[in-house]
Write a protein that binds this ligand. Structure first.
Ligand code: ATP
Length: 286
């Protein structure tokens, strides 16, 4: 992580609120994301991920709080941000009659120093359907085209809303490799997902959000590590503990249980990001 200081954050959100009628989509949400890092926004359906992304992209206005993207206001400074920010929206938002290659060339012309379109077509495997109209593309093909459009202007910051939703395993790996290349090139990536393996593999920093607020954040190691990870439950005659424990902690717990006449159940194993996510956001469907 880079040192604190406003130049080092690609995203700074403080007390951001947003409601749709009676639905409070964001409740005083605060979050910072480092420049040049991959930050994953992890949350169940309806948690507020898309609302958060769209506010940062300037597509929606927040009701309250402050939002800074690359140090600028995403609505007031939209014209200054546009050449520096790439956006991949969830269901493409693509013109259905256009053809991928001509669309990409058209978008490329809007930027001062765009990426090589043919190279991008090759990288994302778009060649097989480059001349097919968007309305005839599969969901996964549209996703890849949307990603190409987000990247063609060589943005400093990219928003990827569930980038691998609907992709087959091969295409998902291509997208993941691409995100890793972006990070290696110093591009900041904000990624919303509910795929734990995606967040665990790609993210330098993970923010778990639900009901419009950040519940926990940190590196995957911090979120799953001993302090955040250990979980104790107690019944009248047993104490159950799950999580990574040092031998010394095990011995202390055994002694404590013995003193209090409790049965101690210790479960081995490191907690995964999914364990942490489900503990924080619950197991019921949304
Ligand atoms: N335009 C809208 N009008 C009314 N309610 C909305 C609107 N947009 C979002 N919401 C509501 O705000 C809440 C947050 O929605 P949001 O789309 O941000 O969640 P999400 O985390 O992206 O969900 P998913 O993973 O299902 O895409 C939900 O309760 C949703 O129904």
């Amino acid at each position: 992580m880079l040192a604190a200081g406003t130049d080092h954050w690609c995203l700074e959100l403080e007390g951001v609120t947003k409601s749709f009628g009676d639905t409070r989509a964001l409740r005083s949400l605060s979050l910072k994301a480092s420049q040049g890092a991959v930050t994953a926004i992890l949350g169940p359906n309806g948690a507020g991920k898309t609302t958060l992304m769209e506010i940062c992209e300037g597509l929606q206005a927040a009701d309250g709080g402050t939002v800074r993207v690359l140090g600028l206001d995403p609505r007031r400074d939209a014209a200054r941000l546009r050449p520096r920010v790439g956006v991949m929206v969830q269901d493409g938002g693509l013109p259905i009659m256009a053809r991928p290659l001509e669309l990409l060339r058209h978008v490329a012309r809007m930027y001062a120093a765009p990426r090589d379109v043919e190279e991008l077509v090759d990288l994302l495997g778009l060649d097989a359907f480059a001349r097919t109209s968007v309305r005839r593309l599969s969901g996964g093909q549209r996703q890849r085209l949307a990603l190409a459009i987000a990247l063609v202007g060589r943005p400093d910051l990219v928003f990827l809303d569930e980038p691998s939703a609907g992709l087959d395993p091969q295409a998902r790996l291509v997208v993941w490799d691409l995100v890793e290349t972006l990070r290696a090139d110093g591009v900041s990536v904000i990624l919303s997902t509910h795929l734990m393996d995606e967040a665990a593999r790609l993210a330098d920093h993970v923010a778990i959000i639900d009901h419009g607020a950040v519940l926990a954040q940190g590196t995957v190691a911090e979120l799953t590590g001993p302090v955040a990870g250990a979980r104790a439950t107690r019944t009248p005659d047993a104490a159950r503990l799950r999580g990574p424990l040092t031998p010394a902690a095990r011995a202390d717990l055994a002694e404590l249980a013995d003193t209090h006449g409790l049965t101690l159940e210790l479960e081995d194993g490191v907690r995964t990001l999914e364990d942490v996510f489900l503990d924080l956001t619950g197991r019921s469907l949304r």
